[in-house]
Design a binder for this molecule. Sequence first.
Ligand code: TXA
Ligand code: MG
Length: 328
Amino acid sequence: MRTLVLKGKEAIKKGAELIALGEVVAFPTETVYGLGADAFNEEAVKKIFAAKGRPSDNPLIVHIADISGLEKLTEEVSEGAKAVMSAFMPGPITVIMKRSKKVPLSVTAGLETVGIRMPSHPVAREFIKACGTPIAAPSANRSTHISPTSAEHVFEDMDGRVPLIIDGGDCEVGIESTIIDMSTGVPTILRPGAITAEMLAKILGAVKTFSGKVVVAKAPGMKYKHYAPSCETVVATDVDSAAQAYDDAAEKGLVPVIIARSSTAAKLGGRTHIDVGDTDADVCRNIYAALHRAEKIAGFIICEHFGEKGVCGSVMNRVMKSAGGKTV
Ligand code: TXA
Ligand code: MG
């Protein structure tokens, strides 16, 4: 299969045509790129799992362009879910609700709930609107690889596997949406993201944060290896340990690289590094591009620990998975 990469109106038109034909189309969102299909077309949904190499017991998020899309997906919207939606949608959040019987079990991986997301990216919204149907979409990477934040990243993983990539430039947020489960008594964050626990607690009073330990796999994806670069990755707790790990790796004949904030990068001497910027939003926006670049130029990745405050806690959730929890 030839993979087209298109921009603008032509891309939206072609994308909507392909979706109507039951095909899979990659599209930009403000978080990461998604791999979309008509959520009500089971054959099309199967193609998403095939293109990603994703296990079928890992459910997909369903994307809508506006609030009218909601009634096709759920019949029960709690007061809490309404509050979260009016505060943060459109935006980088996914709300888990009871599914309507119309939502195929192949989308929800057999669960009685469905993850609903309304992206804020203008291209995503135009695309979903043009499709006229909710779009089921996971991140547009091969299963277990780093999520894509540019059309080039998608092309690297999906060339020959999907007919079209809609190019909407670089993703503004840079990590996947926050997932909040509103289907049970206590609202629970299943995946941290740019909408933080503090922001949600302001709206809901209290939220349970995901502890990292999966007792019952509520976000089934959590049990899979995720966000993994193709070479060994470690997290360095400070500049000195980053420099030490770098020098040790170089001595062993590996090609190391350090991913760091600008202020840390300035203290690394001549060591090869990738600068992810200064602010927390910069770090979030640039982290996946940095990991993509690092695995290309190096054989050993050292990533600075960016701290746990605000969105950095969500960034470190992904980086720790990339590193398999390894800290130096
Ligand atoms: O930002 C995002 O959320 C991106 C863009 C494309 O929208 N999508 C994304 O999808 O990250 P994916 O498939 O890579 O991650 C979705 C996660 C998985 O861990 C999955 O297990 C969980 O959401 N999930 C989906 N539906 C669920 C449900 N009904 N209950 C619990 N977890 C669910
Ligand atoms: Mg993913």
